[in-house]
Design a protein around this ligand. Sequence first.
Ligand code: LLP
Length: 435
Amino acid sequence: MDHFTYKNGELHAEDVPLRVIAEEIGTPFYCYSRATMTRHYKVFAEALSGLDALICYAVKANGNLAVIRTLASLGAGADVVSAGELERALAAGVPAEKIVFSGVGKTGPEIAQALDAGIMQINVESEPELEAISALASARGMEIPVSVRVNPDVDAKTHAKITTGKRENKFGIEIERAPGVYKRAATLPGIKLVGVAMHIGSQLGELTPYRTAYKRMADLVERLRVDGHAIDRVDLGGGLGIPYFDDAADFVPPSPADYGNIVRETVGHLGCRLLFEPGRVIMGNAGVLVARTVYVKEGETRRFLILDAAMNDLIRPALYSAHHAIEPVSEPVSGAARAPYDVVGPICETGDTFAKERLLPTMTAGDLVAFRSAGAYGATMASTYNARPLIAEVMVDGGRFSEVRRRVPTREMMGFESIPDWLDGAADPARKAAG
Ligand code: LLP
């Protein structure tokens, strides 16, 4: 359930008409509903009631400071995958002791930053990384809690680009090799082995892969305990899918409650603290992308709805052929005839297509549309391709709204660049000296 609904003939975010935001700040923009993200967080937390659970929100889904702050104030920790996300989580008020650092390629400076911040744990994905953490932590005279991310070799049955738990994926350490890696890790200074971690993919539409993977993790915990390791944390990752389709019957993702039951059934008996890293299930349907129609172009065979949003603002359709429901912001009259539109952006490549032959009521230039389910992996994956300004973000709370990231104009982006004086033919003293 979300709080984007038609009222008085217009699509609202909570009590604010999206048209009003568009008039005030221009388009395109992302709009998040505080009530929706709060609801999603609470439903997820409720599903885990009775368990010793900590929800570490996956910042990669939406790293806006206001979003992280909203979730942090509900008790969420954070799952971060870069020094940048760590900085964001801390700046938004997530306590360091609720932050877990995941990712396959943490650099030395990133590990150092995490150690200095005193985060809860690092999830290690390879043996060389283990050595690097050990060296940096022991040089600081500290011990950092570490979990090893294990690859349970389970097919998450999701899009190939976001499946992570198969042996051939780059993530984690193969489960068969885990006991040997723990044995080695236990001898390394600066490393305090506390648990196991996994994440098998994103946008999971079924619970069976979770059940299989979590059982494998439970077996591993028992085996590691027999080997003498004090394992008391299990990080179960994120990945729960959400409905993206206008017609919910097309895809009904598992409910958080059913997911919670799988957790209880598979790892509930271990007596471990359980960490969760949900991103999309909290933020996906808590955000929309609002764009304005620039032109309607009638072709011989196609009718194009040309928007002022493009693939640089929302790349999921271009990258994953992802489907986002598209709704006119002005409520169509009931029973209005619908016609197929190719919904596109202005960028100079055919990949800049949001939808093909999407059935929409008659649209004209100036009309606003909203892309649903755009709260996760929308703004965080936005770029400035074609020198388009970095998109604005807005958060709504009841009847009020604020811009939580203003549009970043090209002029400011250019401020990060410079033209070397030698490009303008000015003498280069170093070269001159070299002859
Ligand atoms: N934990 C780890 C270690 C992850 O790699 C991810 C997502 C998550 C948690 C959160 O997964 P979620 O609950 O949001 O499914 N850009 C893609 C999704 C990439 C997901 C990457 N990892 C998309 O737009 O669909």
